[in-house]
Design a protein around this ligand. Structure first.
Ligand code: BEZ
Length: 209
């Protein structure tokens, strides 16, 4: 069965390009992004993994670890990473799971036989410090993901977790946020320096620093 928001992210042990990983232990108390790509030595994946390497600091600044997975073996990953580093002008600096037995792929329902019965689709799972799934996203093999958008969602998720704030349509970091409905007007007045009340259910406040 597919995983849903709020489900516990399944734990697993896997071999990666940076050594064995026990997923929950590796996550520690922080946030994580687990993302799959269809196969090594494919063009779109090459650009994606290069971009994630460049964004490693942006993820780390948010307390987020990133972990990639595909069903290819470790020796293939190591050879492919040389190409990624060369063509994307970067150094892959995060672990890539080798999942030739499709253990992680099955656990996270990353193989969609109607699309491809062997390769993983482009799945993304954002996992919170409670090990629960906060975001799922599935892209087709031929479309590279927008990792700036994944960072934007993480910013929004962290605003909700830390400040009881939601984010409006097309929100960008720094723009005004929405006070979540569960916060009363009284609590909002105590919690936020400024509240703009358009409707009882639509209340804005500046983004916290
Ligand atoms: C890929 O790069 O993974 C890819 C590109 C086009 C179609 C399918 C996969």
């Amino acid at each position: 069965m597919s995983l849903r928001l709020g489900d516990l992210a399944p734990d697993f042990n896997a071999d990666t390009t940076e050594g064995p990983v026990s997923f929950h232990q590796w996550l520690g108390d922080g946030w994580g992004v687990l993302f799959s790509h269809p196969a090594d030595f494919t063009p779109v994946c090459t650009t994606e993994l290069g971009e994630v390497a460049k964004l490693k600091k942006a993820f780390a600044d948010r307390g987020v670890k990133v972990l990639a997975v595909s069903v290819d073996p470790l020796d293939s990953h190591y050879e492919w990473i040389k190409d990624i580093n060369e063509t994307q002008n970067t150094t892959v600096n995060f672990p890539v799971i080798a999942d030739p037995d499709q253990i992680v792929a099955e656990l996270y329902d990353m193989i969609h036989p109607g699309a491809d019965d062997k390769a993983t689709v482009r799945s993304v799972f954002v996992v919170g410090p409670d090990k629960k799934i906060k975001l799922t996203l599935t892209y087709p093999a031929s479309t590279g993901r927008n990792f700036d958008e994944i960072l934007r969602v993480i910013d929004s998720l962290q605003l909700t977790a830390d400040h009881k704030l939601a984010t409006p349509v097309n929100w960008r970091p720094g723009e005004d946020c929405i006070i979540v409905p569960a916060v009363s007007d009284e609590e909002a007045a105590e919690r936020f320096p400024e509240v703009r009340r358009i409707k009882p259910y639509l209340r804005y406040t500046p983004a916290p620093n």
